[in-house]
Design a protein around this ligand. Structure first.
Ligand SMILES: *Cc1c(COP(=O)(O)O)cnc(C)c1O
Length: 227
């Protein structure tokens, strides 16, 4: 099933849009199957869950961190991941920056935007994004490549459209300003139920779990999606 799902999805999405397979609650074997079917980027919500998958699959995929990064996991995340999609504060960014400095690497990153302005949700509000971007531009071991947003939980994908549109407009505005030589190319938005709308609204990257792997195992239902 995973194989067919990946093939259908890759055939459906336009060139220039990349797919991140959101791997939470999946086994390394399932993730490997997706990679063998053509997935090139895997997204992990939990640092501890990523270890076994990365051991099994390693350089056959690029690894994105898409969850909530806890302070005590920053060092390990800096070592394991190729890109962090969920930077939303200067303090987190500074810790990531110094962990990367010690490793002698520069971490590509996205700023997570709380486009639906839900309280308690990860991400910076749209109007705070430029300020954060300017601060991040000073960090030598972090390189901001774009924006990521979750959008609200929806019944109907159309409910997500205005949030994706606002995020894309923000992305274009920041791109035009290009503070401190930052070049923004990546706009990560849209999940299994909303990726079509997200692509229509300008996403260059979608993060898809259920559409690839099927419904998540029961234990995940109702839990917070971001770790
Ligand atoms: C789980 C998750 C996704 C994918 O969700 P699906 O609805 O299973 O496609 C995308 N982004 C993040 C941050 C996630 O945690």
């Amino acid at each position: 099933m995973i194989r067919e799902n990946v093939r259908e999805l890759l055939a459906e999405i336009p060139a220039g849009v990349s797919v991140v397979a959101a791997a939470k609650a999946r086994t390394p074997g399932e993730v490997l199957e997706a990679v063998e079917a053509g997935i090139q980027i895997v997204g992990e919500n939990y640092v501890q869950e990523a270890g076994p998958a990365i051991d099994a699959i390693g350089g056959r995929a690029t690894w994105h961190f898409i969850g909530r990064l806890q302070r005590n996991k920053v060092k390990k995340a800096a070592r394991l991941f190729d890109l962090v999609e969920t930077v939303d504060s200067i303090s987190l960014a500074r810790e990531l920056d110094s962990a990367c400095e010690r490793l002698g690497k520069t971490m590509p990153a996205l700023i997570e935007v709380n486009s639906s302005r839900e309280s308690g949700k990860a991400g910076v509000f749209p109007e705070e994004t430029e300020g954060l971007l300017r601060e991040l531009a000073c960090l030598k071991h972090l390189r901001v490549l774009g924006l990521m947003t979750m959008g609200p939980p929806v019944e109907d994908p159309e409910e997500a459209r205005c949030h994706f549109r606002e995020t894309r407009e923000l992305f274009e505005r920041l791109r035009a300003i290009g503070p401190a030589g930052v070049e923004l190319d990546v706009l990560s938005m849209g999940m299994s139920d909303t990726y079509r709308v997200a692509i229509e609204e300008g996403a260059t990257m979608i993060r898809v779990g259920t559409r690839i792997f099927g419904e998540r195992p029961q234990r995940e239902r109702g839990e917070k999606e971001e770790g």
